[in-house]
Design a protein around this ligand. Structure first.
Ligand code: HEC
Ligand code: HEC
Length: 286
């Protein structure tokens, strides 16, 4: 190829003899700075070979003077995570719910932990998004049977509803039909009144009277519900068991008495606190 070398007419620099469609490559020396960087990286690589595992050998690879391995790196990173987690859990144990809520890092940690624990323990009944389903309340809305303040939610989780806990949240709506407290036509009247409360159908004077006598003690004279008795608001069109005529009537004849387990014996207190913070954050927290 040497005989192809020629000087470029314009720059006067020798070409390498490489040519593409009339474009010729000039034989310029590499820039000095580039050369230095190149030499430095070569020197660097020698240092790297010495301190880090680098070369394959018959039995494995060179170990490097630092003794560094990916496993050790993983181990130390995990140790740090566990340490941080332990540290946060320790803080959650002693902090009040309000204190957790005010501490930005602790709050984020509680939400993340609560979310995971919710999927594991609560989603089976309340749904993965806590959206609820028939008989299992939606925890995203601001409609609460037992209250949506931090301490209300915490108490509901600890004690459960109609659970085995000695001071469980409890109230039993009577089975007005099954136990013969109301006659069939009276049930029809009071059903009409409940439907009317939620904007369905006409007023039923007879139904209203029966409601005041039999239902107002728990659901309130206007049917707005009572958290003290865990009696749902009947006017907000958010239904636990359905708002059509058949569902309302079925509830009055023979109520379900849904059970929410008590978690105090199943989960440590710091987990229940995280769950409380998480549920409270879902949108309806008061
Ligand atoms: C076996 C089913 C079941 C499981 C599991 C369950 N719940 Fe419930 N939960 C219910 C039922 C049923 C109610 C409604 C009880 C009632 O009639 O008042 C309820 C009510 C609640 C309430 C009260 C809602 C309100 O409007 O006042 C909260 C808060 C709640 N659950 C949170 C949780 C959390 C958090 C978990 C997981 C640790 C969980 N639940 C697991 C069945 C369940
Ligand atoms: C001792 C208190 C109490 C009395 C009295 C009572 N209820 Fe209830 N009611 C409840 C509770 C608690 C619930 C929650 C669901 C359950 O436990 O089955 C409920 C639920 C309901 C529901 C279902 C609401 C929903 O969101 O799906 C309807 C409808 C209802 N009651 C109507 C009545 C009517 C009508 C009367 C009177 C004839 C009445 N209740 C009397 C406590 C009471």
């Amino acid at each position: 190829m040497a005989e192809n070398k020629e000087k470029d007419d314009i720059t006067g620099i020798e070409t390498t003899g490489h040519e593409w469609d009339g474009l010729k490559e000039l034989n310029n020396p590499a820039p000095r700075w580039w050369l230095w960087v190149f030499i430095l990286t070569v020197i660097w690589s020698f240092g790297y070979w010495v301190i880090y595992p680098a070369w394959p050998t018959l039995t494995g690879n060179t170990q490097g003077s630092l003794g560094w391995t990916q496993y050790k790196k993983l181990e130390s990173e995990q140790a740090e995570i566990i340490f941080r987690r332990g540290e946060f859990l320790e803080k959650i144990k002693t902090a009040t719910l309000e204190e957790i809520q005010k501490d930005e890092k602790l709050y984020a940690f509680a939400i993340a932990g609560g979310k995971t624990m919710f999927k594991e323990n609560c989603a089976a009944c309340h749904g993965t998004g806590a959206q609820g389903t028939k008989g299992y309340p939606n925890l995203n809305d601001d409609d609460w049977i037992w209250g949506g303040k931090l301490e209300d939610i915490y108490a509901t989780l600890k004690k459960g509803v109609r659970s085995n806990h000695e001071s469980t949240r409890i109230s039993q709506m009577p089975a007005f039909g099954k136990d013969g407290i109301l006659k069939q036509e009276e049930i029809a009247n009071v059903t009409n009144h409940v439907l009317h409360l939620s904007g369905q159908g006409d007023a039923d004077a007879e139904g209203n009277t029966l409601f005041q006598q039999n239902c107002a003690s728990c659901h309130g004279a206007e049917g707005k519900g009572s958290r003290e008795f865990g009696a749902p608001n009947l006017t907000d069109v958010i239904w636990l068991y359905g708002g059509d005529k058949a569902s309302v009537q079925r509830q009055i004849v023979n109520p379900r008495h849904g059970v929410m387990p008590n978690w105090d014996t199943r989960l440590p207190d710091e987990t229940i606190k995280q769950l409380t913070i998480y549920v409270h954050s879902l949108g309806g927290g008061e």
